[in-house]
Design a protein around this ligand. Structure first.
Ligand SMILES: [Fe+2]
Ligand SMILES: [Fe+2]
Length: 233
């Protein structure tokens, strides 16, 4: 089994949302994603899709996007919520109606073969220049959810390390480690995968690769050229 990451696909098959207003590279970006995904990902692999999945506001409008991801190769697509994922299921019943290969993590952990994955959406850190007073409550809630996810994962893993999925990078947009990063370093974490950043000035200051035993991957679709990247596992 290989593990791949592709974040922030920003899909909108049920509504007209032209992504190329954000740059010519986004024009028909789903075609690039599908082609690269099919070339790289095998049926037994796992793909981490770390948020900003669909532009839809309601779950029923997101289904076209979720079905599209479901039909792409990969045994499981593990997902966390991005700040744009307003469609996110609000009940067990809604969760049960999702396509079978999609697994959404909000403070949970899951084991696939010998690998343990856990995650939540995360939030802006108080040190971030974009942080406002209204961000305080979701920041605290998400920090508690990450702690819960890591504790559950620590109880499931057997010395192999944990893979963390989080939409908001564990660094501020100026590249400073956040409270989420501090929590990550208190647990036996092997990899952290995230997205959210779409600006070159953010990409430039985001630490990546191996840092103090943790491997960081910024997987925003535009940053990785719309091709899933393989995690070191
Ligand atoms: Fe995004
Ligand atoms: Fe985002």
């Amino acid at each position: 089994m290989k593990v791949w990451a592709l974040s922030d696909p920003h899909l909108s098959f049920s509504q007209d949302k032209p992504m190329h207003i954000f740059g010519e590279h986004w024009r028909e970006h789903w075609k690039k994603i599908a082609q690269c995904w099919k070339n790289r990902v095998a049926p037994e692999d796992v793909v981490l899709v770390t948020g900003d999945i669909s532009w839809a506001w309601r779950l029923k409008d997101a289904m076209a996007d979720l079905d599209w991801l479901h039909q792409l190769p990969g045994r499981h697509k593990l997902m966390v919520r991005g700040n744009h994922d307003l469609w996110w299921p609000k009940s067990e019943q809604e969760m049960a109606g999702l396509p079978s290969s999609l697994l959404l993590l909000t403070g949970e952990a899951v084991r696939v073969d010998g690998e343990v994955f856990c995650g939540t959406g995360g939030w802006l850190d108080p040190q971030d220049p974009y942080f406002e007073p209204l961000d305080d409550s979701p920041f605290r809630r998400e920090l508690a959810l990450l702690e819960r996810a890591l504790e559950r994962a620590a109880g499931m893993e057997s010395g192999n390390g944990i893979h963390v999925l989080i939409h908001f990078p564990p660094y501020t947009s100026r590249g400073k480690p956040t409270a989420f990063d501090a929590l990550i370093h208190q647990h036996p974490v092997k990899t952290v995968t995230f997205g959210h950043f779409h600006l070159e000035e953010e990409w430039k200051v985001t630490p990546q690769g191996g840092i103090a035993g943790v491997h960081y991957t910024l997987a925003s679709a535009d940053y990785i050229g719309f091709a899933p990247v393989q995690l070191p596992i």
